[in-house]
Write a new protein. Structure first.
Length: 180
């Protein structure tokens, strides 16, 4: 049986103190960070099974790398819009990096990803909008095509987001427009 302590041990052994200090000082909003770089984190995650229960346990921690691993280990076919709302709602505005991993590793890979992304973009909550734009960008990068009315709606939403005060949302909206 896999335990959170096994993962803690793996993360401690891959710890990068310089990166951890930089992440902490940047104000990303995690209680603990090991500063593990993404390629190494992917290697560690590859040693564990895709498992819903394990991913949920990892998501409940306040450890940066464990939450990122949760997005890697949650089975796509079991992740649904209700779980997406729960996870996105738990994000703080200081966790834009985590929103990107959630969009890349889960949201863009679930059934109905485009519909979910448009729903998120239309939401009035900042982190939902951020995840929506990041998800649409991922879908566009994968070759998704939009109908003319959907593209017009996306452009309108992105233009509105560009005038907001939250920099990561403005950047995500701009990236979406660039992909269009």
């Amino acid at each position: 049986m896999i335990s959170i302590e096994d993962i803690h041990r793996d993360l401690r052994s891959a710890m990068n103190g310089v990166a951890a200090t930089a992440i902490r000082s940047s104000g990303m909003g995690y209680h603990v960070t090991y500063g593990v770089e993404l390629p190494r984190l992917r290697q560690i995650a590859a040693g564990y099974p895709r498992d819903r229960k394990l991913a949920l346990q990892l998501w409940q921690t306040e450890v940066r790398e464990m939450r990122i691993m949760a997005t890697m280990l949650y089975p796509h076919e079991e992740f649904d819009t209700d779980m997406a709302d729960v996870w996105i709602s738990s994000l703080t505005t200081s966790q834009a990096e985590l929103a990107g991993h959630l969009a890349m590793n889960l949201l863009a890979n679930i059934s109905g990803a485009a519909e979910l992304a448009f729903h998120l973009i239309a939401d009035d909550r900042t982190m939902h909008q951020l995840c929506g734009f990041m998800t649409i960008t991922r879908l566009l990068m994968a070759g998704a095509q939009l109908q003319a009315d959907a593209e017009a709606e996306l452009r309108d939403q992105a233009e509105a987001a560009l005038h907001g005060t939250y920099l990561p949302l403005r950047q995500a909206a701009n990236n979406t427009l660039l992909r269009l």
